[in-house]
Design a protein around this ligand. Sequence first.
Ligand code: TYD
Ligand code: MG
Length: 454
Amino acid sequence: MKKAKTHFVCSDCGAESVKWQGKCPGCGAWGTMQEEVETASVRLPDGRAASVPVRLQEVEMAPVQRFSSGSGEFDRVLGGGIIPGSLILVGGDPGIGKSTLLLQTAHRVADTGALVLYVTGEESPQQVRLRAERLGSLSDQLLVLAETDLDEIEKHVRARRPILLIIDSIQTVFRQGMPSAPGSAQQVRECTLRLLQIAKDLHIATGIIGHVTKDGTIAGPRLMEHMVDAVLYFEGDRHHRFRILRGVKNRFGSTHEIGVFDMQTVGLEDVVSPSELFLAERSIGAVGSVVVASMEGTRPVLAEVQALVTPTAFGTPRRMASGLDYNRVSLLMAVLEKRVGLHLQSQDAYVNVAGGMRIDEPAVDLGVALAIASSFRERPVPAGVVAVGEVGLTGEVRAVTRLDQRLQEAEKLGFTKMVAPLGNVKRLDAADSRRLEVVGVESLQEAIRIVLEG
Ligand code: TYD
Ligand code: MG
């Protein structure tokens, strides 16, 4: 690497010189010339820096130093750990487990000996302690602060310089001198901006909790999305144990990565093999049940799609999709009607992904269509079958990405047969030895024939 260029700048008047001088050539002051590393900006007379284009090759790369959140699943969603100075928004419905997740994280980071400040605006320090005890997380490097005035919070942050700051939640903090109430759009925006400045200025990673309510009455996460470095949504069914942390934006890693957790009485536990968990309660060989292989970020995840198709009692048929895109399900039903000839017009259809998982990848199309066909025809899909493929409007089965990874996961979990797009199967290495049989299909009709009539 080239040695960094330096020059000398007078700390009084800003005059520059290439060589060091005892006396400033500009104002004549003695001993004020200080060495500065030249950066790709030039000083304007008023002290503002103007940007100049630099060769991309010459842009210096500082290695990104991440630190672990203490949870493999959380780290995965973040792209490998927490980056100092980054702003991470964790959004989700009230009661889903945001405070639990970030308190656990705060504790685990503090346990490595680094100082962590947890600011609570919703619960009293006693309540936080109670929860921490339940989680077995009482590190001596973990500070808790019950405060909602952001200027006060900033004072403490500047004095203590924690490595990680948690704000629970953005809807409770406020900046003085603004007419609007905490939680209003203006306050949320202002507070986020301030937190952004503090984070970048002091290099403190900041985790911000934001509630999302279904009716959207509280201003919040949506508004902050473009300001922060990473946006993670914590989702799941409060009545289920499983929680999914989904990355929807990440400046320092890939998005659409998911982390899976199991909410237990002692906090959130990482789920290392989500496929096993999602398939745990599967009723093998049941009518209307199909296992699909979806890519969630860089990880293949198997899940069970269930469909129940019953004759409509009166009037217009009911359609319901949970964990899947409603419009996509409607489209697949239309394709089944028109291209395969299933008379679904007079049928109610309920389709869902078991276990509270949500999938929006087109590669599950084939599985969804097969589940509907299976229920309609009252024929089960044989146990051991996994379906992968996107379905087009003419009923063709289109290629998907990363079939090999999906295959590996299905094989690992003991599946014996995968129905996959012919376009993908043709490109597979025939030399690979597999315990799993891969059947390439070109159309939905063909897939139905193989799976339901075979
Ligand atoms: P919480 O983190 O308070 O949710 P949020 O901050 O998103 O509003 O989590 C609340 C729920 O989690 C509550 O219903 C109790 C449950 N919970 C557990 O099941 N186990 C635990 O160890 C903890 C701390 C909470
Ligand atoms: Mg909370």
